[in-house]
Design a protein around this ligand. Sequence first.
Ligand SMILES: Cc1cc2nc3c(=O)[nH]c(=O)nc-3n(C[C@H](O)[C@H](O)[C@H](O)COP(=O)(O)OP(=O)(O)OC[C@H]3O[C@@H](n4cnc5c(N)ncnc54)[C@H](O)[C@@H]3O)c2cc1C
Length: 433
Amino acid sequence: MMKIVIVGGGAGGLELATYLGNKLGRKGQADVILIDQNQTHLWKPLLHEVAAGSLDAEVDSLSYRAHAAAHGFVFKLGRFENVDKVNRRIALAQVMDEDGVEVLPPRSESYDQLVIAIGSSCNDFDTPGVAQYSQFLEQSQQAQKFHRQLVNYFVKLNRSLIDDPDKILSIVIVGGGATGVELSAELFNARQLFALYGLERVTPEHMRVTLLEAGPRLVPALAEEVSESVRAELIKLGADIRLDTRVAKAEKNAFVTASGEIIEADLMLWAAGVKVPDFVAEIEGLETNRINQILVGPTMQATTDDSIFVIGDCAGFELDDGHWVPPRAQSAHQMADVVGKNIIRGMKGKPLKNFTYRDHGSLVSLSQYTAIGVLMGNFGSGQSLNVRGWVARMAYISLYRLHQIALHGWFKASLLVVADKINHIVKPRLKLH
Ligand SMILES: Cc1cc2nc3c(=O)[nH]c(=O)nc-3n(C[C@H](O)[C@H](O)[C@H](O)COP(=O)(O)OP(=O)(O)OC[C@H]3O[C@@H](n4cnc5c(N)ncnc54)[C@H](O)[C@@H]3O)c2cc1C
């Protein structure tokens, strides 16, 4: 029986495993195996909400094992580190627990069809000190750690303000892309809610959020007027936005800019740049681009091997205009869709379909305050529509709902919406521990 191995159960990989498990695994037509380095899945675009506490990762995470059992595929825990294309095997690193005790030894797994879907991580551009002193928002554990520290800082600050009313909590975020912008807005929302839940001494002037961006504007992927609106909204909330400010190094509790300015921080977060982990560029026999994405052809197969598909952030798909498909959840979703169909077409001996990227627009959520962005489509005179407020917020939320529908189907996804509404009523509006 055909053995399909998918490595990486994120926005793209988990949707694909679910689709192939339902279509093939359940009917005994193929073995579908999903491998991830974590036991649970949390949709990555929610990480800034986890970091600020607006979302509880423990409530919203999905167990790979439970999901696999319900959808006809097998889940295996493992960290992918290499491919032996000749023998069609992937190498998995040893899995350790948080105390350094071995959970699983190094192993290998054979495949007939491999799908690489391991996403991307932040790019610190080898800036000295960043890896050591700054935090990142790449995985749920990192977002949860940031949140725990945030809570502790607020508790400490609330106490300190009795004796020192001028004390300030300084949070510095590097990178004015969607992650940095969205996290900044969530932090202002968190401050407001902490005050509501008993940490009332921390008023707006006691929290400083500084956003450092090397380029001339925020969210450069969006139109200039959208960037300007985002900047205006963040300034209204109280953020200190520094454009054209390149970070030259990080130290303990400070970023140092290229002009030598030292920006002190209690909490430091790096949210600039995207790249696929370096080990991918070293895998023999795969072609990669500048940010280590694996080059794929029109059908999403690796340029050097038809038995390997690549989807999501780690796929380098070049568009006709010379740009690359952007590393976004909507790209991963569309790629998972075409690869799922292509694997089935391949099994039936049918020709594979080419991938066509459709940009549905980009939206930035500024917590409960507003959302701003662009929707693409046929909107009368133009091809795109700038949106903000309720419409933008609904469009933003719909991207996550589409992911839930791909995983659970319409009925269960609707129940999850209801469950969210109930949680909103019965639980505090902020995770407080
Ligand atoms: C805070 C934040 C906000 C974002 N907001 C948006 C947004 O609003 N809209 C949007 O379109 N995009 C957004 N993005 C980008 C979006 O999250 C990614 O483009 C999308 O998740 C990519 O999907 P993927 O399947 O390629 O990778 P991911 O969703 O990152 O999944 C990768 C999976 O692979 C696993 N993995 C990684 N390495 C290994 C390994 N070596 N072995 C085994 N498993 C491995 C990981 O554990 C993970 O489960 C946001 C990203 C962040 C960080």
